[in-house]
Design a protein around this ligand. Structure first.
Ligand code: ATP
Length: 252
Protein backbone atom coordinates (compact mmCIF):
# COMPACT_ATOMS: atom_id res chain seq x y z
CA UNK A 1 0.00 0.00 0.00
CA UNK A 2 1.18 3.54 -0.75
CA UNK A 3 2.11 5.94 2.05
CA UNK A 4 0.14 8.91 0.64
CA UNK A 5 -2.40 7.33 -1.67
CA UNK A 6 -4.28 9.34 -4.28
CA UNK A 7 -6.32 6.27 -5.19
CA UNK A 8 -7.47 3.57 -2.78
CA UNK A 9 -9.41 0.54 -3.95
CA UNK A 10 -10.69 -1.32 -0.91
CA UNK A 11 -12.26 -4.79 -1.07
CA UNK A 12 -13.83 -4.03 -4.46
CA UNK A 13 -16.42 -6.57 -5.58
CA UNK A 14 -18.13 -6.42 -8.98
CA UNK A 15 -21.03 -8.67 -9.88
CA UNK A 16 -23.27 -9.58 -12.76
CA UNK A 17 -26.50 -11.52 -12.48
CA UNK A 18 -24.68 -14.66 -13.65
CA UNK A 19 -21.53 -14.19 -11.56
CA UNK A 20 -21.49 -12.37 -8.21
CA UNK A 21 -17.67 -12.52 -8.07
CA UNK A 22 -16.45 -11.20 -11.44
CA UNK A 23 -14.08 -9.13 -9.31
CA UNK A 24 -13.83 -10.12 -5.68
CA UNK A 25 -12.32 -8.36 -2.69
CA UNK A 26 -9.70 -6.46 -4.71
CA UNK A 27 -7.61 -3.93 -2.79
CA UNK A 28 -4.69 -1.75 -3.81
CA UNK A 29 -3.57 1.85 -3.66
CA UNK A 30 -1.30 4.18 -5.60
CA UNK A 31 0.60 7.33 -4.76
CA UNK A 32 1.14 10.49 -6.84
CA UNK A 33 3.07 9.81 -10.04
CA UNK A 34 3.31 6.09 -9.28
CA UNK A 35 2.54 3.31 -11.78
CA UNK A 36 0.81 0.15 -10.63
CA UNK A 37 0.51 -2.78 -13.02
CA UNK A 38 -2.40 -5.21 -13.19
CA UNK A 39 -1.33 -8.46 -14.82
CA UNK A 40 -2.98 -11.85 -15.09
CA UNK A 41 -4.95 -14.19 -17.29
CA UNK A 42 -7.64 -13.15 -19.71
CA UNK A 43 -10.97 -12.66 -17.98
CA UNK A 44 -9.40 -12.18 -14.53
CA UNK A 45 -11.13 -8.81 -14.04
CA UNK A 46 -8.40 -6.31 -14.94
CA UNK A 47 -10.51 -4.21 -17.35
CA UNK A 48 -13.57 -4.24 -15.10
CA UNK A 49 -11.43 -3.00 -12.21
CA UNK A 50 -10.23 -0.06 -14.36
CA UNK A 51 -13.78 0.71 -15.47
CA UNK A 52 -14.94 0.70 -11.86
CA UNK A 53 -12.26 3.29 -11.01
CA UNK A 54 -13.37 5.38 -14.01
CA UNK A 55 -16.99 5.04 -12.84
CA UNK A 56 -18.06 3.54 -16.14
CA UNK A 57 -19.07 -0.07 -15.57
CA UNK A 58 -20.71 -1.89 -18.49
CA UNK A 59 -24.45 -2.39 -18.37
CA UNK A 60 -25.37 -5.40 -16.25
CA UNK A 61 -22.34 -5.12 -13.96
CA UNK A 62 -22.62 -3.56 -10.53
CA UNK A 63 -20.33 -2.73 -7.66
CA UNK A 64 -21.67 -4.90 -4.86
CA UNK A 65 -18.91 -4.44 -2.34
CA UNK A 66 -16.01 -2.32 -1.23
CA UNK A 67 -15.17 1.27 -2.04
CA UNK A 68 -13.00 3.37 -4.32
CA UNK A 69 -11.55 6.55 -2.88
CA UNK A 70 -9.77 8.93 -5.21
CA UNK A 71 -8.55 12.46 -4.67
CA UNK A 72 -7.73 13.11 -8.35
CA UNK A 73 -9.64 12.70 -11.62
CA UNK A 74 -9.11 9.70 -13.90
CA UNK A 75 -9.09 9.22 -17.65
CA UNK A 76 -8.77 5.98 -19.56
CA UNK A 77 -6.89 4.77 -22.63
CA UNK A 78 -8.82 1.79 -23.99
CA UNK A 79 -7.52 -1.39 -25.66
CA UNK A 80 -8.83 -0.76 -29.15
CA UNK A 81 -7.61 2.64 -30.40
CA UNK A 82 -9.63 2.75 -33.63
CA UNK A 83 -12.80 1.66 -31.85
CA UNK A 84 -12.31 4.45 -29.29
CA UNK A 85 -12.61 7.16 -31.96
CA UNK A 86 -15.67 8.44 -33.83
CA UNK A 87 -15.01 7.43 -37.46
CA UNK A 88 -17.25 10.21 -38.79
CA UNK A 89 -15.65 13.13 -36.95
CA UNK A 90 -12.29 14.70 -37.95
CA UNK A 91 -9.53 13.86 -35.47
CA UNK A 92 -8.73 17.46 -34.51
CA UNK A 93 -12.42 18.23 -33.97
CA UNK A 94 -12.86 15.21 -31.65
CA UNK A 95 -9.97 16.36 -29.53
CA UNK A 96 -11.00 20.03 -29.58
CA UNK A 97 -14.50 19.09 -28.37
CA UNK A 98 -13.09 17.20 -25.38
CA UNK A 99 -10.76 20.10 -24.56
CA UNK A 100 -13.60 22.61 -24.84
CA UNK A 101 -15.85 20.49 -22.59
CA UNK A 102 -13.23 19.56 -19.98
CA UNK A 103 -11.18 22.76 -19.91
CA UNK A 104 -13.93 25.27 -20.75
CA UNK A 105 -11.93 26.92 -23.56
CA UNK A 106 -13.43 28.79 -26.53
CA UNK A 107 -13.76 27.01 -29.90
CA UNK A 108 -10.69 28.72 -31.31
CA UNK A 109 -8.56 28.12 -28.21
CA UNK A 110 -9.69 24.48 -28.05
CA UNK A 111 -8.72 23.95 -31.69
CA UNK A 112 -5.30 25.47 -31.04
CA UNK A 113 -4.84 23.37 -27.87
CA UNK A 114 -5.84 20.23 -29.83
CA UNK A 115 -3.20 20.95 -32.48
CA UNK A 116 -0.57 21.47 -29.79
CA UNK A 117 -1.51 18.26 -27.97
CA UNK A 118 -1.37 16.25 -31.20
CA UNK A 119 2.07 17.70 -31.84
CA UNK A 120 3.18 16.69 -28.32
CA UNK A 121 1.94 13.17 -29.10
CA UNK A 122 4.05 13.15 -32.26
CA UNK A 123 1.26 13.16 -34.84
CA UNK A 124 2.68 14.49 -38.15
CA UNK A 125 1.49 17.89 -39.41
CA UNK A 126 -0.19 16.28 -42.44
CA UNK A 127 -2.51 14.36 -40.10
CA UNK A 128 -3.32 17.39 -37.97
CA UNK A 129 -5.33 19.07 -40.75
CA UNK A 130 -9.02 19.84 -40.18
CA UNK A 131 -10.17 17.25 -42.74
CA UNK A 132 -8.34 14.17 -41.40
CA UNK A 133 -10.47 11.27 -40.15
CA UNK A 134 -9.45 8.24 -38.00
CA UNK A 135 -9.57 5.96 -41.09
CA UNK A 136 -6.61 7.93 -42.52
CA UNK A 137 -4.44 7.11 -39.47
CA UNK A 138 -2.43 3.97 -38.68
CA UNK A 139 -3.19 1.98 -35.51
CA UNK A 140 -0.25 3.61 -33.69
CA UNK A 141 -1.36 7.09 -34.78
CA UNK A 142 -4.93 6.34 -33.61
CA UNK A 143 -3.52 5.28 -30.22
CA UNK A 144 -1.61 8.57 -29.98
CA UNK A 145 -4.89 10.42 -30.59
CA UNK A 146 -6.64 8.32 -27.94
CA UNK A 147 -3.87 9.14 -25.45
CA UNK A 148 -4.25 12.83 -26.39
CA UNK A 149 -8.01 12.55 -25.71
CA UNK A 150 -7.31 11.10 -22.26
CA UNK A 151 -4.68 13.75 -21.48
CA UNK A 152 -7.07 16.51 -22.60
CA UNK A 153 -9.00 15.69 -19.41
CA UNK A 154 -5.86 16.63 -17.42
CA UNK A 155 -6.09 13.46 -15.34
CA UNK A 156 -4.25 12.89 -12.08
CA UNK A 157 -4.60 9.17 -12.77
CA UNK A 158 -4.28 7.63 -16.24
CA UNK A 159 -5.93 4.23 -16.56
CA UNK A 160 -4.30 2.28 -19.40
CA UNK A 161 -6.05 -0.88 -20.56
CA UNK A 162 -3.48 -2.78 -22.63
CA UNK A 163 -2.81 0.35 -24.70
CA UNK A 164 -0.38 -1.42 -27.02
CA UNK A 165 -2.03 -4.82 -27.52
CA UNK A 166 -3.48 -3.95 -30.93
CA UNK A 167 -0.17 -2.58 -32.25
CA UNK A 168 2.90 -4.16 -33.82
CA UNK A 169 5.96 -4.54 -31.60
CA UNK A 170 7.98 -1.58 -32.84
CA UNK A 171 5.00 0.76 -32.51
CA UNK A 172 4.29 -0.75 -29.06
CA UNK A 173 7.71 0.36 -27.92
CA UNK A 174 7.23 3.90 -29.26
CA UNK A 175 3.85 4.23 -27.52
CA UNK A 176 5.28 2.95 -24.22
CA UNK A 177 8.14 5.46 -24.50
CA UNK A 178 5.68 8.27 -25.27
CA UNK A 179 3.47 7.41 -22.27
CA UNK A 180 6.52 7.21 -19.97
CA UNK A 181 7.87 10.56 -21.20
CA UNK A 182 4.48 12.23 -20.73
CA UNK A 183 4.21 10.78 -17.23
CA UNK A 184 7.62 12.23 -16.37
CA UNK A 185 6.56 15.61 -17.72
CA UNK A 186 2.99 15.78 -16.39
CA UNK A 187 3.32 13.70 -13.23
CA UNK A 188 0.11 11.67 -13.47
CA UNK A 189 -0.17 8.30 -11.73
CA UNK A 190 -1.07 5.22 -13.76
CA UNK A 191 -2.85 1.95 -13.37
CA UNK A 192 -1.49 -0.06 -16.27
CA UNK A 193 -3.11 -3.29 -17.45
CA UNK A 194 -0.89 -5.52 -19.56
CA UNK A 195 -0.32 -9.16 -20.48
CA UNK A 196 3.30 -8.39 -21.19
CA UNK A 197 5.57 -8.90 -18.16
CA UNK A 198 8.46 -7.13 -19.90
CA UNK A 199 6.28 -4.03 -20.34
CA UNK A 200 5.05 -4.39 -16.76
CA UNK A 201 8.58 -4.55 -15.39
CA UNK A 202 9.64 -1.52 -17.45
CA UNK A 203 6.63 0.63 -16.56
CA UNK A 204 5.45 -0.34 -13.11
CA UNK A 205 6.97 0.05 -9.68
CA UNK A 206 4.40 -2.33 -8.19
CA UNK A 207 2.35 -5.19 -9.59
CA UNK A 208 -0.91 -6.89 -8.71
CA UNK A 209 -1.35 -10.36 -10.18
CA UNK A 210 -5.01 -11.17 -10.83
CA UNK A 211 -6.67 -14.52 -11.34
CA UNK A 212 -10.37 -15.36 -11.47
CA UNK A 213 -11.40 -11.94 -10.20
CA UNK A 214 -9.00 -11.83 -7.27
CA UNK A 215 -5.52 -10.50 -6.54
CA UNK A 216 -3.39 -13.54 -5.79
CA UNK A 217 -0.20 -11.57 -5.14
CA UNK A 218 0.95 -7.97 -5.08
CA UNK A 219 4.19 -6.22 -4.34
CA UNK A 220 7.22 -4.37 -5.57
CA UNK A 221 7.76 -5.31 -9.26
CA UNK A 222 11.34 -6.57 -9.03
CA UNK A 223 10.81 -8.63 -5.87
CA UNK A 224 7.61 -10.08 -7.25
CA UNK A 225 9.18 -11.09 -10.55
CA UNK A 226 12.39 -12.38 -8.96
CA UNK A 227 10.81 -14.25 -6.07
CA UNK A 228 7.13 -14.91 -6.78
CA UNK A 229 5.33 -16.40 -3.78
CA UNK A 230 2.15 -17.56 -5.46
CA UNK A 231 2.07 -20.63 -7.73
CA UNK A 232 0.04 -18.78 -10.38
CA UNK A 233 2.55 -15.89 -10.47
CA UNK A 234 5.33 -18.44 -10.90
CA UNK A 235 3.44 -20.05 -13.77
CA UNK A 236 2.84 -16.66 -15.39
CA UNK A 237 6.57 -15.88 -15.26
CA UNK A 238 7.53 -19.33 -16.50
CA UNK A 239 5.12 -19.04 -19.41
CA UNK A 240 7.13 -16.20 -20.99
CA UNK A 241 8.79 -17.81 -24.00
CA UNK A 242 12.59 -17.66 -23.92
CA UNK A 243 14.39 -16.19 -26.94
CA UNK A 244 15.66 -19.27 -28.85
CA UNK A 245 19.39 -20.00 -28.84
CA UNK A 246 20.73 -19.78 -32.38
CA UNK A 247 23.02 -22.57 -33.49
CA UNK A 248 26.63 -21.56 -32.87
CA UNK A 249 25.53 -18.34 -31.18
CA UNK A 250 24.68 -17.09 -27.73
CA UNK A 251 21.20 -16.55 -26.38
CA UNK A 252 20.22 -12.93 -26.91
N1 ATP B 1 -20.26 -6.40 -20.10
C1 ATP B 1 -20.08 -7.55 -19.45
N2 ATP B 1 -21.15 -8.31 -19.07
C2 ATP B 1 -20.98 -9.49 -18.41
N3 ATP B 1 -19.78 -10.01 -18.06
C3 ATP B 1 -18.69 -9.28 -18.41
C4 ATP B 1 -18.77 -8.03 -19.10
N4 ATP B 1 -17.52 -7.54 -19.30
C5 ATP B 1 -16.69 -8.46 -18.74
N5 ATP B 1 -17.39 -9.50 -18.22
C6 ATP B 1 -16.83 -10.66 -17.54
O1 ATP B 1 -16.10 -10.21 -16.42
C7 ATP B 1 -14.92 -11.00 -16.26
C8 ATP B 1 -13.71 -10.08 -16.22
O2 ATP B 1 -13.59 -9.44 -17.49
P1 ATP B 1 -12.44 -8.38 -17.80
O3 ATP B 1 -12.75 -7.79 -19.14
O4 ATP B 1 -12.31 -7.46 -16.67
O5 ATP B 1 -11.17 -9.33 -17.89
P2 ATP B 1 -9.66 -8.95 -18.25
O6 ATP B 1 -8.82 -9.49 -17.16
O7 ATP B 1 -9.54 -7.50 -18.55
O8 ATP B 1 -9.44 -9.80 -19.58
P3 ATP B 1 -8.53 -9.46 -20.90
O9 ATP B 1 -7.12 -9.51 -20.42
O10 ATP B 1 -8.87 -10.58 -21.84
O11 ATP B 1 -8.97 -8.11 -21.39
C9 ATP B 1 -14.91 -12.00 -17.42
O12 ATP B 1 -15.43 -13.21 -16.93
C10 ATP B 1 -15.84 -11.40 -18.42
O13 ATP B 1 -16.48 -12.40 -19.17
Amino acid sequence: MSMNPILEVEALTLSSRANPKLVHNVSFSIGKGETLGLVGESGSGKSLTLRAILGLLPQGIEQTGGQIKSSLSSAMVFQDPRGSLDPLCPVVKQLAEVISYRQGLSRKASHQAALELLEVLGLPLSLRQKDRYPSQLSGGQCQRVVIALALACKPGILLCDEPTTALDVTVQEQIIETISALQQELGFAMVFVTHNLAVASAMCSRLCVMRQGQIVEQGDTLSLLQAPQDAYTQMLINSVLPVPVLEGGEQR
